[in-house]
Design a protein around this ligand. Structure first.
Ligand code: PNS
Length: 170
């Protein structure tokens, strides 16, 4: 039987911490679906398509790229995506106790909704202070984020920031 896991998230933008978790998941499961979830309550910096493209470009370089599918989900519950593709496990990166606290309710809800289990993966400690929201903040304030996200992500964040500035000026 093929083991299929889903690594879900907003990935706005994908960080080296996320990529570390995706790579670790690919060493354990036969197929890993990285699912960029559209959250109607959040206004993302990057479009869903752009977030998907950035992850695809990053994972292309992995040895296990052939077992990784990158896609988007904006049709409601994540467990419905899991059912559609036959995934039985969600993989979440957790950096600290706070992350585990935040994730716990979702773990129990996803199990209760559809019997989907969740596996926590600790990324390399080098990435324990990295989050998408901090990357966005540091980037906007002119800081160097090259330790936290790949260069192609920085390029797209710069383009998105420029297009925001241009539309604000119009
Ligand atoms: O990267 P994030 O923003 O922490 O990811 C949160 C995410 C996308 C994994 C979570 O919000 C989610 O699973 N959303 C999908 C909608 C859903 O199924 N909600 C019920 C979750 S218990």
């Amino acid at each position: 039987m093929t083991s299929i896991a889903v690594v879900p998230g907003s990935f706005d933008p994908v960080t080296f911490g996320h990529l570390d978790v995706i790579e670790r998941a690919a060493t354990i499961f036969d197929e890993v679906h990285v699912v960029v979830v559209h959250n109607p309550d959040k206004k993302p910096l990057l479009s869903l398509e752009s977030r998907i493209d950035l992850i695809r470009t990053a994972v292309e370089k992995f040895d296990m790229a052939a077992k990784i599918v990158v896609t988007g989900w904006q049709d409601g519950l994540l467990v419905e995506y899991c059912k559609q593709v036959g995934a039985t496990v969600l993989v979440k990166g957790v950096r600290n106790q706070q992350d585990i606290g935040y994730e716990t309710q979702m773990v129990l809800m996803n199990r209760s909704l559809a019997g989907i289990e969740t596996m926590f993966v600790l990324p390399d400690p080098a990435f324990s202070a990295v989050s998408s929201s901090l990357v966005r903040q540091v980037f906007h304030l002119g800081g160097d984020v090259s330790e936290y996200v790949p260069q192609h992500v920085i390029d797209i964040m710069a383009a998105a920031a420029l297009s925001d500035e241009n539309s604000a000026a119009e």
